[in-house]
Design a protein around this ligand. Sequence first.
Ligand code: ADP
Length: 403
Amino acid sequence: MTKNEQVHAEVEVLRRRITELEAQVATSASTELQLPGLADPFATLFRASPVAVVITAIEDGRYLDVNDQFARITGYTREEVIGATSSELQIWANPDDRLRIGELFKEQVVIRDVELDFRTKAREVRTVIASLALIDFEDTPCVLTMCHDITERQQAAQERERLLAEAQAAVRLRDEFLSVASHELKTPLTALRLHIETMQRIGRKADTSEPTLQRIMSKLDISLQQINRLTELVNGLLDVTRIREGRLGLDLEPLDLGQVVQAIAEQFEEQFEQADSTVQLELAADCTICADRSRLEQIITNLLSNAVKYGRGGPINVFVFGDATVVRLSVQDHGIGIAAADQQRIFERFERAVSTQHYGGMGLGLFVVHQLVTLLGGTIAVESTPGDGSTFTVTFPRYVQSQ
Ligand code: ADP
């Protein structure tokens, strides 16, 4: 049962009890409203109820009785309230609410679940959710009000909304910053690459036996490698921006997945060697898919880079296989693996399951891979056991040439 349903159930019990009280009062000789003594279990319920209960005479607006919870919410004692009017106590924080209730009572005898603001004795505003009913005590028309204090809950909800809005604004700002930064970085990087390539060309034409020139040429090689790395990172950021803006164009053509994997794996030889990893390819023939070549290469490159990076120098197995309807690429390493709790989130932006201290990276590679695979009509899944390694499997629809 939710808190609201609980409150409604309690309100229902109290409402029934009030009807019984009405009957009792009607048979009583006294013209005054008399609630039974505390020995009566229903009176105990009235007093101890966590729902605030108020009985007000319609004629002069005086409070005929209130329970302890109402006193607790408003900060008055029961004695201070009983006999006073709501105007005397200035209890309505929004006097319009009172008029609204009056209007509603012209058409109905029970008003359920209205949100009202009360002002306490300390002049603090508290919000309650109230149900009100027209009742009669000894021919005295009264309003029975039952209310539940939701001030803290509402404040918590407002706080949550505020934090959510702040977080959304921060994410928006981050995305805008990424977009601007990646575009801004791209221009000087391209210029720098051109300058270095020009210097390399000039150097090659000069006396290459000159030791100083040899040193300069080797430094230029290293500079170009670093620029290439930086360009890759900036391109990754640009891809994220393009994906977010839905501007990632695809140039689709039928491609043999095994052949594309073979070519990329050859480019990776140096990296495999540096990481002391051996790679084994099992590539089935005729696994054709419809894809954008450079985006497909990007997917394979990312998965192989991760297998090298997180593979702890263990063997890497790459499989391409398929059936009549789908074609699959699996990249398996025997490295650090991924905890089950992280296996979904690593496909989200900036999500990483390793510390930056041990492994560099921005946590964008798998996000881009996932987005690209989805754009190409495929799916990606990971199977992994921490300490034993990971297998990333991409499944594409098989390309079948129409007759
Ligand atoms: P990055 O490598 O830059 O952190 P990715 O998006 O490529 O970003 O990967 C996200 C995270 O997924 C990594 O930080 C790492 O925790 C985990 N991960 C990816 N590939 C592997 C793998 N082959 N083995 C273990 N963990 C991996």
